[in-house]
Design a protein around this ligand. Structure first.
Ligand SMILES: Cc1cc2nc3c(=O)[nH]c(=O)nc-3n(C[C@H](O)[C@H](O)[C@H](O)COP(=O)(O)O)c2cc1C
Length: 195
């Protein structure tokens, strides 16, 4: 079998020590990859471990002073596209995710991006805001899907009781996102990124 050429980062967008995000992202990564021509792999913002943005110059200049920013830039450059996975926090999305996006600029341009939100109503408010930010970064935004997670889905430690039962309904949408990412990557870039 030929190795899959195009790599999609499945970004774990919550870094709380008791987060459910890591399991959801791992579940999604495995599920979406099964019938896909793309290779999906986890990218954990807890491991990237960026401080709050402290670059002296704006990211659009691409003149990074810190080694961790250069490393983050190379990491993002190395992926062809992104599937962000994150919860809704107070009608928005996690600050750690915005921070990771804000560190860079051109590295995001023209990369296709889909995402999965979750919350008691699927994280629709977070999805609205996140879509705008991805547009601001000139990403090629494909579909997103919201997973509804209520008290009934979690145990007393707020961990998912049965991840397949809770997330099963989003599988068809994940397949659609995979198709859209695949199609987007087959198209020529509208504004090739200067490297
Ligand atoms: C700071 C914070 C804000 C939250 N705000 C919302 C919210 O607006 N809507 C919602 O459905 N759930 C909200 N929740 C509940 C989260 O959906 C739930 O805690 C989930 O487990 C968070 O994902 P994580 O465990 O991966 O961090 C919030 C949780 C936190 C910690």
């Amino acid at each position: 079998m030929l190795a899959k050429q195009q790599h999609i980062a499945v970004v774990i967008g919550s870094t709380r020590p008791t987060r459910i995000c890591a399991r959801i992202a791992a579940w999604a990564c495995e599920g979406i990859e099964k019938d896909s021509d793309l290779h999906y792999e986890l990218l954990d913002l807890a491991e990237v471990d960026l401080p709050f943005l402290d670059e002296p110059l704006k990211a659009a200049l691409g003149n990074y002073q810190n080694e961790y920013t250069r490393s983050w830039s190379q990491t993002v450059e190395s992926y062809d596209g992104f599937l962000f996975v994150f919860p809704q926090y107070n009608w928005g999305y996690p600050a750690v995710l915005k921070n990771a996006l804000d560190y860079l600029y051109r590295e995001w341009h023209e990369k296709p991006a889909g995402f999965i939100t979750y919350g008691t109503r699927g994280g629709v408010k977070a999805a609205e805001q996140f879509t705008e930010v991805l547009r601001g970064l000139r990403m090629r935004v494909v579909d997103h899907v919201g997973a509804v997670i209520t008290d009934a889905d979690v145990d007393e430690d707020w961990q998912l009781r049965d991840i397949d039962a809770t997330l099963g309904p989003v599988l068809p949408a994940l397949a659609a996102i995979d198709l859209q990412l695949t199609e987007a990557l087959a198209e020529p870039q509208r504004h090739p990124v200067q490297r």
